[in-house]
Design a protein around this ligand. Sequence first.
Ligand SMILES: [Zn+2]
Ligand SMILES: [Zn+2]
Length: 278
Amino acid sequence: MIVDSHTHTAYSKHATGSVDDVVRSAIAAGVDVLTITDHAPFHVDSDNRLLERELDAYLDDIRRARAEHAGRIRILTGLEVDYMSDARAHAERLLANLDLDFVIGSIHYLMVGGTRVNVWDLARLNEPAVLDHFFLALEESVGSGLFDAIGHPDALLRSVPAFYWHTRFLPLADLFRRHDVSYELNASGLRKSSWDPVTRREHHGSWSYPSREALPQLLACGATFTVGSDAHTPDSVGSGLRDMLAELVPLGLHAICYYEGRQRVEVRLDPRTSWGSA
Ligand SMILES: [Zn+2]
Ligand SMILES: [Zn+2]
């Protein structure tokens, strides 16, 4: 059983493919449970995501695909919602009016000293003030009561050395279980570039996230995990999941989950194949 709980379509504007294109590609890739999680309307970078007036059409497209492909794949409705401290009311209002299966909360932007730092501004992520803001936002987002899972909570590992990230993350590991929020194992870290803070160069081909260092601690705390490709093109739906799980199952990961009607559904992983047993 293959689960992909983080995918984007052209509704995110910087991603490509209709809902139907993404679903067909997921079926071809052998995905059994697919959640579409386009970027929710937000005031930052507002043209690069769903617009509020598109939400009905977006959800209709997903429900239509669900009906059309019933029996071949399970299709669920989701959103990836931006978390920023001062935009909590926006997220509350947005989610109060929507009937979704799954809500990811992600930190993409940090306001540091009056300027915006994006989590893909790799050369800035090791600045102490940026890290302080990030870990505060992470703590707040987990405790906000708004989200089922936190998306790519370890994406800063593209730039921040693992030992340092882990030192800062460790005190927060227990919060995921305490607030009943899943930790997303996001496979896009297997295909994204990394930044070496010493040479100040970007390089490709190394696994930056999800964190292999944090996994034992999260498991010991009883955390639950979602998995997603974070595909922004139809052909990357499901990508990286097999390699990621093959690496994480031997480290002790024995179950993942997905969400249906905002309720967790557990999927046990087969230790021999690293895939979910249906
Ligand atoms: Zn994201
Ligand atoms: Zn995403």
